[in-house]
Design a protein. Structure first.
Lengths: 618, 349, 342
């Protein structure tokens, strides 16, 4: 299970679509007003922008052809993009084939055209206008028009799709979509925001109006229907419980677009179901899978060894990227009696020997996460360092807090109560990290008693604020950090919110409100830095680990561009998505490897470490 | 102990001893179990004896000593292996006597320059290596064995007590009572066990006793079927009829006649119940629904082993240990069966 | 006696209701139902970073939660929703899986061939090996053969089947390329000739079968051996010996049939093998069987599937129990079921 989990974040590939799915119930005063409307005529004074000047990020040497074989550990339960069970690990393949209006350039992070060629901003600060690419086609050959966007809004707001988060989002964040002509639309967002953020949040993906029939049976009827899409691949075969195969659209409308050139090279993608990660590695070793993710230290150091690597038939690559890191760490519930004392929270932070865990069970591969929001470029506050392991400090803090006597078991006591903190976690793969932390914390007289629950049970406990400390990770992402949902008192002391630390601090509240109201980047960055400092002083989130790279093993016939990947690459051999599709299959090389293998001839071993984007991270 | 004094039992005991393999296995098992109950003296990070400035300390049991007691400037428990080295180097007559395996089951001993799991080595004194967080495999095997053995023995007592009582009543009274409990048992044996564990786990961290009660709650049914059938058999025998005709009360018939006759056979099931108790706990731990971390357990080791097949000592030691114990148990079971079955092939020997 | 078994048959009904009602209520109590699972999936992150934010966050209004509850059928009180479920079952409708959106019956049916194949093959092979082995062990009790085979059988019994499975697949499918790396049949199964199909199935089945079988020998072999030894000491064997029959002959002619009886009585319970299968072995060998389906349904809280499998397995179990009782009654006429002893 841990393996699946650690890769799951990297499987969310489709950028714009996912970005806009971030939902938070906005307080009413932030609304643009009930009567906010898009003008009936397209405003004349719009300044249309596009971006065809950023460097393209694929290799002209790429060759089309071949079949790329990868695996998933659970078979998808549906091919729908929304609705129940549409969020499994296979969903990324489906979503990546549904393009958005604009994409993000993975290196410059500037907007680039996808389904829209041009975009423009309205005067009110929260409306956007898009010119659609007239070349864009659904996979059944029908053109993509403004009507598909109007339908998308209706679709996403429909009760029949059983997707309440989408319903919310397309009611409260996207207020309206208007068609001006077949290839021009306007979108009204809820509040004014910085322009780059708006482009991704006030966006909508088209839904083929001619394909869907919305009624109460939609969820069931469309469960296994292959919907027309706009991306480079289309599903060719489904063998339930075995594999799913995609076919490259030979005359895909995007073939010659600037940022799509030389990408999405294999003719076929076969995604095979292999339930056990150890068995999956055996498939890779036999050459029945082309690449294999090696993020976990155990896999990289111990598993991926042996003949195929020594003889150079397969290679390994470690590629540093620069993307928002998941917010992973220990979340202390300030409403729990023991943890309401700030000194105790600080002491716990000083008693967690994160470095020891990194240098032992994690093979020195992971790094210490310093703050909650790393990898957001300017928004991240580089001056804050997480509290280091320091028993003296921990002891002093605890003595000050009145926990100054130790019981016969070495655990501190106060008024007959033991300083014992229950740590809720949900991945048995984290056992070895937590037992080391617990052992070390004993030295400071703190007992961490570990409670492993299965993920849904753990999450339920945490969301109901019944936890003391939660060992968990929130997925990162987006262009700038989010504070309201995690730290605002609006969300404290009540169940079903993301403020699991129950932080309730007027100073933080005020800053968060200011941050949310600000629209220019400079003041937002300044506020974000101040907020991060306040969060640090609050001490209820103890950051733990981050993995600033992606690692994979691959057979030699897979070729990457010279630069290997982009700043935002989270998976090098991702055949799809906004940063994916850069590699290609070299059939001559495949023959050479097969020949060498059968004659037991050695080739040069391949071991690549690319740190081009490493320094930019922090 | 009337059971042992009666001549039938003595004969059985003789026969049991004659079955060499079973007899030796029984002894081995007994020794291993006894040893494991003294595990603190075998594998521990606390020493058996410390002599510091002329005074003797016994840190194994009792309150934890802080480093200050031994002249160190720390107020947590010292690393006694290092203390031993320091005392030896200082040569001031202080000394530390460590157990044969100088590691506790919960202690992470992380060797600089190498990543866990560490391979077995005589110099580091990890005779079976360490697990993925640097804990001594041998120490964890010993403590895990103790937990598993204790667990299955207590479970056995619970299961047999409940199962025999209810089974006897079902067989003796029969009729509506029998029918009712049959239904109960049938219902019971169909409940998805994992759900119950999940529900309990979501409310409290399942500890040793919680887990035991849950298992006993569902485990007693197996014995009941056997006892019910056995009681039926006995009840229809002539001697029970005779006893009843003589006016013996129901409880007297059950306790004097039926129980001794059927319970004796129950003993043949004991070894297999022990084995199944051990495997059940191991399986639960393997799936992550068992005892909470960091409790030493075979299931957790097995899980680590199957995930880290490259580190063969992990899966190797736990599989060997499990095979060994279960084989010993099975041999004992075989011998007990032989002992209860006096019939030999007198005709073809 | 006949009346007893008729009554037993009728009693299946209340028992069945008891079982399903109990489990149905449990599914209402288990934390992390489909709705909570939906929320979990959306929010938990891993360790690797990415530019993309995943779906979710935020809270749902009560109205929306109600909507979801209605969809998953949690809006009605326990007993009335149980009643409507039961009514459906009586019409042979097990409902729709909340994860697959397909009818539960279809999903289970799809996996039947796999489970039946492994169940029946394991059963047949177990009997084929255990009966002769048990006989030989009984006839030559205490010999070196007996000791050695005991060691082997117990070894198989003691080794966890999933460990055997992983070891087998790593060595014989990973290292030596003798067997495929799991699956029930090849991807191109449909295109094969019937003979090649059979070969393909067994080629895939060899390793998992070994893993299944390794642990199953011990019990039946010992049962067989003990039964034979009971009979060897019976009076009629003395007669046979006196007549001058050799050991082999007298076993074949007299003891064998009687010794098979206890093995036969346990046969009734074996019908539940039809939907058996260990999910661990199925995971390792990538087999889409009912064991895995059931386990995943429990873990992922797909209650209609859990209940569907329960309906089938409990019926098989109840019928199996009666079959066992019938066997016992036939074998040992002294037993008076149900009559009590008053």
């Amino acid at each position: 299970m841990p393996t699946i989990h650690e890769n799951s974040a990297s499987m969310n590939k489709r950028l714009s679509q996912l970005l806009l799915l971030f939902v938070a119930a906005f307080p009413l005063w932030l609304y643009a007003g009930e009567d906010a409307k898009l003008p009936e005529q397209l405003p004349a004074n719009l300044s249309w922008q596009t971006n065809l000047s950023d460097p393209f990020f694929a290799s002209p040497e790429a060759k089309r052809g071949g079949r790329f074989r990868s695996f998933i550990t659970t078979f998808p339960l549906t091919l729908r993009l929304v609705g129940p069970d549409s969020n499994g690990s296979f969903a990324s393949y489906m979503r990546a084939n549904h393009l958005g209006l604009v994409g993000i350039h993975p290196n410059t992070l500037n907007p680039i055209p996808e389904l829209a060629t041009h975009w423009a901003f309205g005067d009110d600060g929260h409306s956007l206008y898009y010119r659609l690419d007239p070349d864009a086609r659904w996979s059944d050959g029908k053109p993509v028009t403004a009507d598909d966007y109007l339908f998308a809004l209706q679709f996403m707001r429909s009760k029949f799709i059983l997707a309440p988060w989408y319903n919310n989002h397309y009611n409260t964040v996207i207020l309206d979509v208007v068609k001006y002509d077949d290839h021009t639309i306007g979108i009204l967002g809820s509040v004014a925001k910085p322009r780059d953020e708006m482009l991704f949040e006030y966006s909508i993906s088209p839904v083929p109006a001619h394909f869907h029939k919305l009624d109460e049976n939609w969820v069931r009827d469309y469960n296994w229907k292959i919907a027309p899409n706009t991306g480079p691949y289309v599903i060719d075969t489904i063998r339930k419980g075995k594999y799913i195969e995609f076919r490259r659209k030979q005359d895909w409308w995007g073939n010659d677009k600037r940022y799509f050139q030389h990408r999405f090279n294999p003719d076929f993608l076969r995604v095979k179901l292999i339930r056990d990660i150890n068995i999956a590695y055996q498939y890779f070793r036999k050459g029945e899978l082309d690449s294999f993710p090696l993020l976990m230290p155990r896999l990289w150091h111990k598993k991926a060894q042996g003949r195929i690597f020594e003889q150079g038939y397969a290679g390994k690559i470690k590629f540093y990227n620069s993307v928002p890191r998941p917010i992973s760490g220990l979340f202390l519930n300030e409403d729990a009696p023991l943890l309401s004392d700030r000194n105790v929270r600080y002491a716990i932070a000083h008693a967690l020997n994160i470095d020891k865990v990194i240098n032992t069970v994690l093979h020195g591969d992971y790094e210490r996460l310093q703050t909650a929001h790393e990898g957001y470029g300017d928004y991240s506050n580089p001056d804050i360092r997480a509290r280091e392991f320091d028993l003296d400090k921990a002891n002093r803090l605890l003595n000050d807090a009145g926990w100054d006597t130790r019981g016969p078991d070495g655990i501190r006591q106060k008024d007959g109560q033991r300083l014992s903190i229950r740590v809720t976690y949900y991945s048995s793969g984290h056992n070895d990290r937590l037992v080391i932390l617990a052992q070390e914390a004993r030295k400071a007289g703190i007992e961490l008693s570990l409670q492993l629950l299965d993920p849904s049970a753990a999450f339920k406990q945490i969301l109901e604020n019944k936890h003391q400390a939660a060992w968990m990770a929130w997925s990162g992402g987006g262009l700038s950090p989010r504070y309201w949902q995690f730290y605002h008192s609006d969300n404290a002391h009540k169940p079903q919110t993301n403020n699991v630390t129950n932080t309730d601090n007027p100073e933080i509240d005020a800053k968060i409100d200011a941050y949310r109201a600000a629209t220019d980047k400079v003041s937002r960055v300044k506020l974000a830095h101040e907020l991060e400092q306040l969060v640090f002083e609050q001490g209820s989130f103890i950051p733990t680990f981050k993995v600033p790279y992606t690692r994979e093993a691959f057979w030699r016939w897979l070729k990457l561009p010279d630069f290997h990947g982009t700043r935002s690459t989270d998976s090098l051999f991702d055949p799809l998505g906004s940063t994916g599709g850069l590699f290609w299959i070299d059939s001559d090389e495949q023959q050479r490897v097969d020949e060498a293998k059968s004659r037991n001839k050695a080739l040069d071993p391949v071991m690549i470490v690319n740190k081009r984007w490493a320094a930019n991270d922090e | 102990m009337t059971l042992l004094r009666n001549p039938v039992a003595q004969k059985r005991w003789q026969r049991f001893k004659q079955s060499r393999r079973g007899y030796i296995s029984a002894w081995l098992l007994l020794v291993l179990t006894t040893l494991s109950f003294g595990a603190e003296l075998l594998a521990n990070h606390r020493p058996l004896l410390v002599s510091y400035q002329g005074e003797l300390y016994f840190p194994t049991f009792g309150a934890q000593h802080s480093g200050k007691d031994f002249g160190l400037d720390i107020d947590y428990e010292p690393n006694y292996r290092e203390l031993q080295k320091q005392f030896r180097d200082a040569g001031e007559g202080n000394w530390v006597l460590m157990p044969p395996i100088p590691f506790g089951p919960l202690e992470n001993d992380l060797i600089a320059g190498d990543f866990p799991p560490h391979a077995p080595s005589l110099t580091t004194r990890h005779y079976l290596g360490t697990d993925t967080s640097g804990r001594d495999v041998l120490a964890r095997l010993i403590y895990g064995f103790r937990t598993a053995m204790l667990f299955s023995l207590v479970l056995l007592v619970f299961n047999y007590a409940i199962g025999v009582a209810i089974g006897c009543m079902m067989g003796y009274w029969g009729g509506a009572f029998d029918l009712f409990f049959q239904r109960i048992i049938e219902i019971w044996s169909n409940v998805p066990f994992l759900y119950v564990i999940m529900i309990v786990a979501s409310i409290i961290t399942p500890g040793f006793w919680t887990l035991l009660f849950i298992m006993a709650f569902f485990g007693w049914t197996a014995m009941t079927w056997y006892m019910r059938t056995a009681t039926y058999k006995e009840v229809s025998r002539d001697y029970v009829m005779a006893a009843r005709a003589l006016g013996a009360s129901g409880s007297r018939i059950v306790f004097r006649h039926i129980l001794p006759n059927s319970v004796s056979t129950l003993i043949t099931f004991v070894p297999f119940s022990v084995a199944s108790g051990i495997t059940a706990l191991t399986a639960l731990d393997y799936l992550g629904f068992g005892l909470p971390a960091p409790t030493p357990s075979w299931g957790e080791l097995l899980k680590q082993g199957t995930e880290n097949m490259e580190s063969l000592w992990l899966v190797g030691s736990v599989v060997v240990a499990m095979t060994l114990i279960l084989m010993l148990v099975a041999y004992v079971g075989e011998a007990i069966r032989d002992a209860y079955d006096p019939r030999k092939f007198s005709f073809y020997e | 006696m006949l009346g007893y078994f008729v009554r037993r048959g009728l009693l299946i009904i209340p028992t069945f209701i008891g079982i399903t009602l109990l489990v149905f209520s449990i599914t209402r109590v288990v934390p992390g139902g489909p709705i909570e699972r939906m929320m979990t999936q959306a929010q938990l992150g891993g360790e690797a970073g990415s530019l993309h934010r995943s779906e979710g966050g935020g809270t749902l209004s009560d109205e929306q939660l109600e909507e979801l509850k209605r969809y998953y059928g949690f809006d009605k009180p326990l007993l009335s929703s149980y009643a409507s479920w039961l009514k459906q079952v009586l019409r042979f409708d097990l409902g729709l899986s909340t994860r697959y959106q397909d009818p539960v019956w279809d999903i289970i049916k799809e996996r039947f061939p796999v489970s039946v194949f492994y169940g029946v093959t394991t059963l047949v092979l177990t009997y084929l090996v255990c009966i002769p082995l048990g006989l030989l062990k009984g006839m030559y009790h205490g010999s070196r053969f007996d000791n050695l085979s005991s060691a082997v059988v117990f070894l198989g019994y003691a080794l966890p089947s999933y460990v055997i499975g992983i070891a087998l697949i790593s060595v014989f499918a990973g290292y030596y390329d003798w067997f495929p790396l799991g699956g029930f049949v090849s991807d191109n199964f449909e295109e094969l000739s019937p003979l090649a199909k059979a070969k393909d199935v067994f080629h895939h089945a060899a390793l998992p079968l070994i893993a299944y079988l390794a642990g199953s020998f011990a019990v039946t072999t010992l049962m067989m051996k003990n039964a034979l030894m009971d009979n060897l000491s019976a009076d009629y064997m003395r007669t046979a010996a006196a007549k001058g029959l050799s050991l082999g002959k007298s076993v074949r002619r007299h003891a064998l049939r009687n010794s098979l009886i206890p093995v036969a009585t346990s046969f009734g319970n074996n019908i539940s093998l039809l939907i058996g299968g260990s999910f661990l072995i199925e995971t390792i060998f990538n087999i889409d069987g009912i064991g895995l389906l059931g386990y995943e349904a429990i873990i992922e809280r797909d209650y209609p599937i859990v209940m569907g499998i329960l309906v089938i397995s409990s019926l098989l179990y109840l019928i199996g129990n009666i079959l066992s009782d019938i066997c016992v009654a036939i074998v040992d006429p002294r037993i008076r079921f149900g009559g009590g002893s008053r």
